[in-house]
Design a protein. Sequence first.
Length: 330
Amino acid sequence: MIVLSVESSCDETSVSIIKDGTIVLSNIVFSQIDVHKAYGGVVPEIASREHVKGITVVFEEALSEANVTKEDIDLVAVTKGPGLIGSLLVGINAAKAFSFANDIPLVGVHHIAGHIYANAIEEPLEFPLVCLVVSGGHTELILMRDHYQFEKLGETQDDAVGEAYDKVARTLGLDYPGGPVVDKLAQQGEPTYPMPDLTKQPGYMFSFSGIKSHMINLVHNANQRNEALRVNDVCASFQEAVTDVLVEKSKQAITEYEAKMFIVAGGVAANKGLRKKVYERLPNIKISVPDLAYCTDNAAMIGVAGYYQYITREKTDTMALKGFSRTPLK
Ligand code: KG4
Ligand code: ZN
């Protein structure tokens, strides 16, 4: 079965061709990062326009690199949300047009289901599994007892982890997007700055607004006193505190639900500190962290999720499929 998938929920225009839910025949990603860099963040209206500019070319490239034609495609999968509504609509309309013109079934896929299924590209998922979702908009622990069954165990009460990384980077005057830069500097520093205790939230709940404010105060106080901060150590301290709570709560969930597998999903899964700590602290379980290319937004993950959604639910969407800026994972 060959799936053509489309992702356009934020600032990457991406189309991928997936065979049998696991083999990536192509995964073309046009990143808009350089366009948004000047503004220090994604500008929604500009993002929509960039998607319009890129989408047709990305479709053509994905088909040609995979060496398939439209007649070979059995299913079209597209991100339906959550995301920037204008951006989503560009991908959804392109997917609908391709589906309608070629009479191919269509499924709308939840963006986070995509991030989760990035872990099924290299090896099969084993259930029950615990998934740590860490992206620019989400931080949550999810239990899956089978394919396409998502039970939310807990989530952040305020900021998402990726959002906190980006804000901290901005406060430190680092480049956008901040997550990868903070991660890189953290590798060159030591966690010598005291950080607030992040384990106070009950159960599987998280909170990152406190550490974000702490970091902003740290920088402002240093500026006012004309003191130089050891930026590498500041980044290392922040990263240590954040990854500690993520891994500790994951460990609790693995034990409580007797998970056979632990997976990490979302852009922050690219974080070197987190990847290392997961393997160090969770030794007696099968662990999967996506290949770096499949951590941040891409259509391959949407194609894999779309494949499993289609075979487990046997339900398709119609031309009435809409985009959703917010929508629950279910
Ligand atoms: O999953 P993603 O591509 O988009 C959303 O669905 O939100 O995640 C983007 C987020 C950004 O906040 C970015 O700074 C963060 O992932 N990120 C990282 C790293 N690479 C990307 N955060 C920490 N360390 C990284 N290496
Ligand atoms: Zn994402």
